[in-house]
Design a protein around this ligand. Structure first.
Ligand code: COA
Length: 258
Protein backbone atom coordinates (compact mmCIF):
# COMPACT_ATOMS: atom_id res chain seq x y z
CA UNK A 1 0.00 0.00 0.00
CA UNK A 2 1.24 3.47 -0.90
CA UNK A 3 1.09 5.86 2.05
CA UNK A 4 -0.21 9.39 1.41
CA UNK A 5 -1.31 10.53 4.86
CA UNK A 6 1.45 8.98 6.93
CA UNK A 7 5.17 8.36 6.65
CA UNK A 8 6.85 5.08 7.57
CA UNK A 9 10.56 4.61 8.10
CA UNK A 10 12.96 2.30 9.86
CA UNK A 11 16.16 3.21 11.69
CA UNK A 12 18.13 0.44 13.35
CA UNK A 13 15.56 -1.64 15.24
CA UNK A 14 12.83 0.99 15.47
CA UNK A 15 9.99 1.76 13.08
CA UNK A 16 8.74 5.36 12.92
CA UNK A 17 5.14 6.01 11.95
CA UNK A 18 4.22 9.68 11.53
CA UNK A 19 0.73 10.95 10.81
CA UNK A 20 1.30 13.56 8.13
CA UNK A 21 -1.67 15.89 7.62
CA UNK A 22 -0.34 18.93 9.49
CA UNK A 23 -2.74 21.39 7.80
CA UNK A 24 -5.65 19.44 9.33
CA UNK A 25 -3.75 18.98 12.59
CA UNK A 26 -3.28 15.32 11.61
CA UNK A 27 -7.00 14.57 12.01
CA UNK A 28 -7.83 10.91 11.38
CA UNK A 29 -9.86 10.39 8.25
CA UNK A 30 -10.78 6.95 6.93
CA UNK A 31 -7.78 6.75 4.61
CA UNK A 32 -5.34 7.67 7.40
CA UNK A 33 -6.79 4.96 9.65
CA UNK A 34 -6.42 2.45 6.81
CA UNK A 35 -2.80 3.47 6.20
CA UNK A 36 -1.95 3.38 9.91
CA UNK A 37 -3.46 -0.09 10.17
CA UNK A 38 -1.24 -1.31 7.32
CA UNK A 39 1.86 0.38 8.73
CA UNK A 40 1.46 -1.15 12.18
CA UNK A 41 0.86 -4.61 10.72
CA UNK A 42 3.90 -4.18 8.46
CA UNK A 43 6.16 -3.15 11.35
CA UNK A 44 4.89 -5.99 13.52
CA UNK A 45 5.63 -8.56 10.81
CA UNK A 46 9.24 -7.40 10.57
CA UNK A 47 11.12 -9.41 13.19
CA UNK A 48 14.07 -7.04 13.23
CA UNK A 49 11.84 -4.24 14.58
CA UNK A 50 11.85 -4.13 18.37
CA UNK A 51 9.72 -1.01 18.96
CA UNK A 52 7.51 1.43 17.07
CA UNK A 53 7.37 5.18 17.71
CA UNK A 54 4.15 6.91 16.65
CA UNK A 55 4.00 10.69 16.35
CA UNK A 56 2.32 13.54 14.46
CA UNK A 57 3.91 15.74 11.84
CA UNK A 58 4.52 19.43 12.64
CA UNK A 59 4.97 21.10 16.00
CA UNK A 60 1.36 21.73 16.84
CA UNK A 61 -0.50 18.44 16.94
CA UNK A 62 -0.14 14.73 17.56
CA UNK A 63 -3.70 14.19 16.26
CA UNK A 64 -6.59 16.68 16.76
CA UNK A 65 -9.20 13.92 16.57
CA UNK A 66 -11.26 12.04 14.07
CA UNK A 67 -11.91 14.09 10.93
CA UNK A 68 -15.16 15.84 11.80
CA UNK A 69 -15.81 16.94 8.20
CA UNK A 70 -15.91 13.31 7.11
CA UNK A 71 -18.59 12.02 9.51
CA UNK A 72 -20.81 15.09 10.04
CA UNK A 73 -23.57 13.72 7.79
CA UNK A 74 -23.49 10.10 8.99
CA UNK A 75 -26.55 8.09 10.01
CA UNK A 76 -26.60 6.15 13.33
CA UNK A 77 -25.68 2.96 11.45
CA UNK A 78 -22.78 4.63 9.67
CA UNK A 79 -21.66 6.09 13.01
CA UNK A 80 -21.67 2.68 14.70
CA UNK A 81 -19.78 1.18 11.74
CA UNK A 82 -17.22 3.99 11.90
CA UNK A 83 -16.50 3.19 15.55
CA UNK A 84 -16.57 -0.59 15.09
CA UNK A 85 -14.28 -0.60 12.05
CA UNK A 86 -11.90 1.97 13.51
CA UNK A 87 -11.58 0.03 16.75
CA UNK A 88 -10.92 -3.25 14.93
CA UNK A 89 -8.59 -1.86 12.29
CA UNK A 90 -6.49 0.45 14.39
CA UNK A 91 -7.14 0.94 18.09
CA UNK A 92 -7.47 -2.73 19.11
CA UNK A 93 -4.75 -3.65 16.66
CA UNK A 94 -2.29 -1.23 18.29
CA UNK A 95 -3.20 -2.25 21.84
CA UNK A 96 -2.78 -5.93 21.02
CA UNK A 97 0.32 -5.57 18.85
CA UNK A 98 3.18 -7.84 19.94
CA UNK A 99 5.69 -5.07 19.19
CA UNK A 100 5.65 -2.25 21.77
CA UNK A 101 4.29 1.06 20.54
CA UNK A 102 5.46 4.34 22.08
CA UNK A 103 3.33 7.43 21.44
CA UNK A 104 5.41 10.61 21.15
CA UNK A 105 2.62 13.11 21.88
CA UNK A 106 4.02 16.30 20.34
CA UNK A 107 1.03 18.66 20.61
CA UNK A 108 -2.78 18.39 20.64
CA UNK A 109 -4.03 14.86 21.30
CA UNK A 110 -7.78 15.25 21.20
CA UNK A 111 -10.67 12.86 20.70
CA UNK A 112 -9.52 10.05 18.41
CA UNK A 113 -5.97 11.40 18.81
CA UNK A 114 -5.93 10.86 22.55
CA UNK A 115 -7.71 7.55 22.02
CA UNK A 116 -4.91 6.50 19.66
CA UNK A 117 -2.23 7.58 22.15
CA UNK A 118 -4.06 5.62 24.87
CA UNK A 119 -4.13 2.48 22.71
CA UNK A 120 -0.30 2.66 22.54
CA UNK A 121 1.68 0.87 25.24
CA UNK A 122 3.73 3.87 26.45
CA UNK A 123 3.06 7.62 26.17
CA UNK A 124 5.60 10.46 26.35
CA UNK A 125 4.40 14.05 25.93
CA UNK A 126 6.17 17.25 24.99
CA UNK A 127 5.63 20.28 27.23
CA UNK A 128 3.25 21.94 24.76
CA UNK A 129 0.94 18.90 24.49
CA UNK A 130 -2.73 19.29 25.33
CA UNK A 131 -5.04 16.34 25.81
CA UNK A 132 -8.77 15.86 26.01
CA UNK A 133 -11.86 14.06 24.79
CA UNK A 134 -14.03 16.90 23.36
CA UNK A 135 -16.70 14.64 21.85
CA UNK A 136 -19.55 15.71 24.16
CA UNK A 137 -19.06 19.27 22.86
CA UNK A 138 -19.98 17.86 19.43
CA UNK A 139 -23.03 15.93 20.68
CA UNK A 140 -21.05 12.67 20.59
CA UNK A 141 -19.25 10.36 22.95
CA UNK A 142 -15.73 8.98 22.43
CA UNK A 143 -16.03 6.09 19.97
CA UNK A 144 -12.52 4.70 19.62
CA UNK A 145 -12.21 3.18 23.08
CA UNK A 146 -11.86 6.43 25.06
CA UNK A 147 -14.64 5.63 27.52
CA UNK A 148 -12.74 2.46 28.46
CA UNK A 149 -9.04 3.34 28.22
CA UNK A 150 -9.21 6.77 29.88
CA UNK A 151 -10.64 5.41 33.17
CA UNK A 152 -8.12 2.55 33.01
CA UNK A 153 -5.28 5.08 32.94
CA UNK A 154 -6.51 7.95 35.12
CA UNK A 155 -9.35 6.46 37.21
CA UNK A 156 -13.11 6.79 36.81
CA UNK A 157 -13.59 10.20 38.48
CA UNK A 158 -10.93 12.01 36.50
CA UNK A 159 -12.02 10.28 33.27
CA UNK A 160 -15.63 11.31 33.77
CA UNK A 161 -14.59 14.89 34.52
CA UNK A 162 -12.54 15.04 31.32
CA UNK A 163 -15.30 13.45 29.19
CA UNK A 164 -18.22 15.44 30.67
CA UNK A 165 -16.47 18.82 30.61
CA UNK A 166 -14.89 18.12 27.16
CA UNK A 167 -11.95 20.10 28.55
CA UNK A 168 -8.24 19.84 27.79
CA UNK A 169 -5.47 19.17 30.28
CA UNK A 170 -1.85 20.19 29.78
CA UNK A 171 1.15 17.87 29.75
CA UNK A 172 1.96 18.36 33.43
CA UNK A 173 -1.56 17.56 34.55
CA UNK A 174 -1.52 14.54 32.24
CA UNK A 175 1.68 13.40 33.97
CA UNK A 176 0.12 13.88 37.39
CA UNK A 177 -2.95 11.90 36.24
CA UNK A 178 -0.80 9.04 34.89
CA UNK A 179 -2.13 9.67 31.39
CA UNK A 180 1.45 10.04 30.13
CA UNK A 181 4.57 8.46 31.61
CA UNK A 182 6.98 11.36 31.00
CA UNK A 183 7.00 15.01 29.92
CA UNK A 184 10.02 16.42 28.08
CA UNK A 185 10.70 19.43 25.85
CA UNK A 186 9.62 19.19 22.23
CA UNK A 187 13.30 19.01 21.13
CA UNK A 188 13.95 16.09 23.46
CA UNK A 189 10.80 14.16 22.65
CA UNK A 190 11.98 11.79 19.91
CA UNK A 191 15.34 11.16 21.56
CA UNK A 192 13.64 10.32 24.83
CA UNK A 193 11.28 7.86 23.11
CA UNK A 194 14.27 6.34 21.31
CA UNK A 195 15.97 5.73 24.65
CA UNK A 196 12.92 3.82 25.88
CA UNK A 197 12.86 1.87 22.60
CA UNK A 198 16.56 1.10 23.05
CA UNK A 199 15.99 -0.29 26.54
CA UNK A 200 13.12 -2.43 25.26
CA UNK A 201 15.25 -3.75 22.40
CA UNK A 202 17.69 -5.46 24.81
CA UNK A 203 14.94 -7.67 26.21
CA UNK A 204 13.42 -10.87 24.93
CA UNK A 205 10.93 -10.14 22.09
CA UNK A 206 9.04 -13.32 22.98
CA UNK A 207 8.69 -12.26 26.62
CA UNK A 208 7.71 -8.72 25.62
CA UNK A 209 4.88 -9.96 23.40
CA UNK A 210 3.71 -12.29 26.18
CA UNK A 211 3.81 -9.47 28.75
CA UNK A 212 1.68 -7.17 26.55
CA UNK A 213 -0.84 -9.98 26.10
CA UNK A 214 -1.01 -10.74 29.83
CA UNK A 215 -1.40 -7.07 30.83
CA UNK A 216 -4.16 -6.60 28.23
CA UNK A 217 -6.00 -9.67 29.51
CA UNK A 218 -6.73 -7.86 32.76
CA UNK A 219 -8.58 -5.10 30.90
CA UNK A 220 -10.82 -7.23 28.73
CA UNK A 221 -14.21 -5.56 29.15
CA UNK A 222 -17.51 -5.50 27.29
CA UNK A 223 -17.54 -1.70 27.59
CA UNK A 224 -16.16 -1.25 24.08
CA UNK A 225 -19.33 -2.74 22.53
CA UNK A 226 -21.49 -0.48 24.72
CA UNK A 227 -19.41 2.48 23.55
CA UNK A 228 -19.89 1.59 19.86
CA UNK A 229 -23.67 1.28 20.38
CA UNK A 230 -23.96 4.63 22.19
CA UNK A 231 -21.62 6.35 19.72
CA UNK A 232 -23.83 5.18 16.83
CA UNK A 233 -27.03 6.29 18.57
CA UNK A 234 -25.57 9.78 19.05
CA UNK A 235 -25.59 10.24 15.25
CA UNK A 236 -29.42 10.21 15.31
CA UNK A 237 -29.68 13.16 17.69
CA UNK A 238 -30.29 16.85 17.02
CA UNK A 239 -27.43 17.61 19.43
CA UNK A 240 -25.00 15.81 17.12
CA UNK A 241 -26.25 17.74 14.11
CA UNK A 242 -25.90 21.04 15.96
CA UNK A 243 -22.50 20.13 17.49
CA UNK A 244 -20.82 19.12 14.25
CA UNK A 245 -22.43 21.93 12.21
CA UNK A 246 -21.27 24.48 14.80
CA UNK A 247 -17.69 23.14 14.63
CA UNK A 248 -17.60 23.31 10.85
CA UNK A 249 -19.14 26.80 10.89
CA UNK A 250 -16.58 27.80 13.55
CA UNK A 251 -19.18 28.86 16.10
CA UNK A 252 -20.29 27.76 19.58
CA UNK A 253 -22.90 24.99 19.66
CA UNK A 254 -26.38 25.71 21.03
CA UNK A 255 -27.70 22.26 21.96
CA UNK A 256 -31.47 21.62 21.82
CA UNK A 257 -30.91 18.90 24.47
CA UNK A 258 -33.22 16.12 25.66
N1 COA B 1 -11.44 17.25 12.14
C1 COA B 1 -11.38 17.94 10.97
N2 COA B 1 -10.64 19.04 10.82
C2 COA B 1 -9.95 19.48 11.89
C3 COA B 1 -9.97 18.82 13.13
C4 COA B 1 -10.76 17.65 13.22
N3 COA B 1 -10.83 16.94 14.34
N4 COA B 1 -9.18 19.49 13.99
C5 COA B 1 -8.68 20.53 13.32
N5 COA B 1 -9.14 20.54 12.06
C6 COA B 1 -8.83 21.49 10.99
C7 COA B 1 -9.57 22.80 11.17
O1 COA B 1 -10.89 22.71 10.67
C8 COA B 1 -8.70 23.74 10.37
O2 COA B 1 -8.95 23.53 9.00
P1 COA B 1 -9.07 24.82 7.99
O3 COA B 1 -7.72 25.49 8.08
O4 COA B 1 -9.31 24.17 6.65
O5 COA B 1 -10.18 25.66 8.51
C9 COA B 1 -7.29 23.20 10.63
O6 COA B 1 -7.45 21.84 11.05
C10 COA B 1 -6.54 23.95 11.72
O7 COA B 1 -7.33 23.95 12.90
P2 COA B 1 -7.81 25.30 13.65
O8 COA B 1 -9.08 25.00 14.40
O9 COA B 1 -7.82 26.44 12.71
O10 COA B 1 -6.57 25.47 14.70
P3 COA B 1 -6.63 26.21 16.11
O11 COA B 1 -5.22 26.32 16.54
O12 COA B 1 -7.48 27.43 16.05
O13 COA B 1 -7.37 25.16 17.10
C11 COA B 1 -7.89 22.99 18.02
C12 COA B 1 -6.82 23.92 17.41
C13 COA B 1 -7.25 21.62 18.16
C14 COA B 1 -8.30 23.52 19.40
C15 COA B 1 -9.13 22.94 17.10
O14 COA B 1 -8.69 22.64 15.77
C16 COA B 1 -10.17 21.92 17.50
O15 COA B 1 -10.92 22.14 18.44
N6 COA B 1 -10.23 20.79 16.76
C17 COA B 1 -11.24 19.76 16.93
C18 COA B 1 -10.95 18.94 18.13
C19 COA B 1 -12.05 17.93 18.33
O16 COA B 1 -13.18 18.24 18.65
N7 COA B 1 -11.68 16.67 18.15
C20 COA B 1 -12.53 15.57 18.39
C21 COA B 1 -13.14 15.08 17.16
S1 COA B 1 -14.18 13.70 17.53
Amino acid sequence: MKFENITYSILDETAYITIDRPKKLNALNKQTIEELSHAFAKADQNESIKAIILTGSGEKAFVAGADISEFAGFSPQEGAELAQQGQEKLFDLVEKLGTPVIAAVNGFALGGGLELAMACHIRVASENAKMGLPETSLGLIPGYGGTQRLPQLVGKGRALEMILTAGMIDAHQALQYGLVNHVVSQEELMGFCEKIAGRISRNSPVAITAAIKAVNAGFNTSGYQEEIKAFGEAFGTEDFEEGTTAFLEKRKADFPGR
